[in-house]
Design a protein around this ligand. Sequence first.
Ligand SMILES: CC(C)(COP(=O)(O)OP(=O)(O)OC[C@H]1O[C@@H](n2cnc3c(N)ncnc32)[C@H](O)[C@@H]1OP(=O)(O)O)[C@@H](O)C(=O)NCCC(=O)NCCS
Length: 329
Amino acid sequence: MMKLRSVGIIGTGKYVPERVLTNAELETMVETNDEWIVSRTGIRERHIAAPNQATSDLAYEAAVQALKSAGLAAEDLELIIVATVTPDMTFPSTACILQEKLGAKKAAAFDLSAACSGFVYSLATAKGFIQTGMYNNALIIGADALSRITDYTDRNTCVLFGDGAGAVVVGEVPEGRGFLSFDLGAEGAGGELLKLEGGGSRCPASEETVRDGKHFIYMNGREVFKFAVRVMGTATEEVLRKAGKDKSEIDLFVPHQANIRIIQSAMQRLDLPEEKCVINVDKYANTSAASIPLALVEAVEEGRVKEGDTLLLVGFGGGLTWGASVLVW
Ligand SMILES: CC(C)(COP(=O)(O)OP(=O)(O)OC[C@H]1O[C@@H](n2cnc3c(N)ncnc32)[C@H](O)[C@@H]1OP(=O)(O)O)[C@@H](O)C(=O)NCCC(=O)NCCS
């Protein structure tokens, strides 16, 4: 049998737009208050894309940094995957728009739609391509501009979301390093709990869809919360089992940053102290596909990740979907 290569992360980058939207400012927009938002979600502020910034612009900034840190020229890139639910447009894909911006002429390029789990789904996809030798490297970007699909008159959702991008370059690494396991899953039956209906082929854009707010995120917060707590538990157990690791061996836990209470319930289940967990939901809120790479890259930049460390990434989101990975840095 063909020997499979070990695949891991060889470069990182991140970007958040300049504009900060604080809880205090949201208090002037909807009936809410800082105390409610902080105690229920852990969020204090979020970054919002400028009017002329689309998702590919956020992705570009993170991608340039990731390529630089990997020491890889854009022309040598072989695959680009952008995980997003807020593409620049329906088509061409945001990955193709980014390929042109980067000048990555040799790279195949496509978007991957798995909402907040999209980054982990994309890592698994890239690993498959690289370990079998089909490609030698891939640029994976989680990028979303959720502010573009958020209804800023709906207090149930508008306090939760922000914009940003995180990028990694994936390539061959020494044996024993890199991705040890993945656990990806979906529960399509829960799709109705978190969705954006308008503008697709079932419900094309019309005056009526705009009037009915169908181009904004709809979410059943309580049910999504229950799903999140459940799958954060089951996915982390399963991905650790597949990696042959015990929860005590986790050096750094990098969860999807949606709500501090969901993160804390996962930490308790894994018996993890706070210093082993990356938390930046207070600064960025939920940035969907960008959330896990923003947390990971920030931890790397802060010197919290050492060679040989065991990391556990886990996320959940619309679909409904979840994705987890254990990797050795
Ligand atoms: C949305 C979420 C923060 C709400 O927290 P909660 O503790 O479950 O709150 P509830 O839904 O029970 O609502 C409590 C009350 O607060 C109110 N409320 C909602 N948003 C509010 C806001 N921004 N400010 C003040 N009050 C608010 C609700 O209207 C409700 O009032 P009611 O009881 O009079 O109807 C929480 O359910 C959550 O985080 N869900 C998961 C969301 C998520 O992760 N989504 C992304 C998945 S990738």
